[in-house]
Each structure stands twice: as structure tokens, then as C-alpha cells.
Design a protein. Structure first.
Length: 179
């Protein structure tokens, strides 16, 4: 189901990009995804096969008809008709990934023992943008287990400057050296 949803997400992105609507539709998709996560019973209702398809389509049209672009509404209806609405989040991830790729945006997650100050966050973001050549959207995670330093994940790469990471490297070097 996820693969089909992803293909649908890519198709919607291709259409939106061609029409110059990719950013608007991404925002609307994220809003819809948030609503689905806040109201999982609604998604269950829309996926319920005992409710006639026409009724479910009407519920979808009633909920989102005026709130989203017609392309997105039609997309949601196609997912519903093909029993793929539960894969909506996967299609959103595919759409977002294509949008970020085409617009030179990279998501980065920084993990630290304590929250970074605004100045530290901006400095790190600037450094990551210089390294990647992309606009960076930075998310922070707190993990007191790393003791200190930073672990950054960006574009599928892991940059580990944590105390725990350095200790693990040291442990590996010692075990490789000692026979």
C-alpha cells in the first residue's frame, strides 16, 4: 500500500510543479495530514467499506471542498476510491521529498544533550547550509544520554560529534590495536 501511495504522491507533485502550485499544495497536504493525525477516527470512517463509497466521497468533499485546492481534493478522492487513504502520510513524505529536492531544501536533525540557544541554532544552520549548499530546515532533539556535543543527520549523512560517539570511536581504536 505504501508504494502505491508514494507513486500517487509523486504524480501529484509532478502535476503541482508543472502548474506552479507545489508549495501551496505541500502546505495544504501537511494541514490535511495534521487533521488526519488529530482525528484518526475520521480516517477510519473514510476507510470503512461498509459505508457506501459515494457517502464517503461526500464526507471528504464536505470536509475539504472549499479548504484545499481542487487538485488536492481530487487526489484525496482518488486515494479514497482506491482504498489508499491510509497511505496518505507516505504519499505526503514522497511529495515533500520531491519538493525539497527540486527547491534545494535539506532537512537536518540535530541531537544534543541540552536545547541549543537561538544563536547556536542559527550558527549551526548557517554552517550546514554552507556545507550542503542547500537551505536547511533544522529540527532539534534532546537526548541526555549523549552527554555532550552534537549529532547531526542531514541528507542521509550522520555527523557525530558527541561525547558518546567519540568514546565509541576510541573504544574501537583500542580494540583494533590490542591483539
Amino acid at each position: 500500500m505504501t508504494t502505491s501511495s508514494s507513486l500517487y504522491g509523486q504524480s501529484l507533485y509532478d502535476l503541482a510543479a508543472e502548474e506552479g502550485l507545489s508549495g501551496q499544495i505541500l502546505q495544504e497536504m501537511e494541514t490535511v495530514d495534521g487533521l488526519f493525525h488529530e482525528n484518526p477516527d475520521y480516517l477510519t470512517l473514510l476507510s470503512e467499506p461498509s459505508i457506501p463509497r459515494g457517502e464517503r466521497l461526500g464526507l471528504l468533499r464536505e470536509a475539504f471542498g472549499e479548504a484545499v485546492h481542487p487538485y488536492l481534493l481530487n487526489y484525496l478522492m482518488i486515494l479514497l476510491e482506491n482504498n489508499l487513504l491510509r497511505g496518505y502520510s507516505a504519499s505526503l513524505r514522497t511529495y515533500r521529498s520531491a519538493y525539497y529536492k527540486d527547491n534545494g531544501i535539506a532537512e537536518a536533525t540535530v541531537t544534543a544533550a541540552v536545547r541549543l540557544s537561538d544563536a547556536q541554532e542559527e550558527a549551526l544552520k548557517a554552517r550546514l547550509e554552507a556545507l550542503s549548499g542547500k537551505t536547511v530546515l533544522l529540527k532539534q532533539k534532546i537526548d541526555t544520554g549523549i552527554l555532550g556535543g552534537l549529532r547531526v543527520e542531514i541528507d542521509g549523512r550522520l555527523l557525530d560529534g558527541t561525547v558518546m560517539g567519540r568514546l565509541a570511536d576510541l573504544r574501537k581504536k583500542v580494540s583494533d590495536t590490542v591483539l
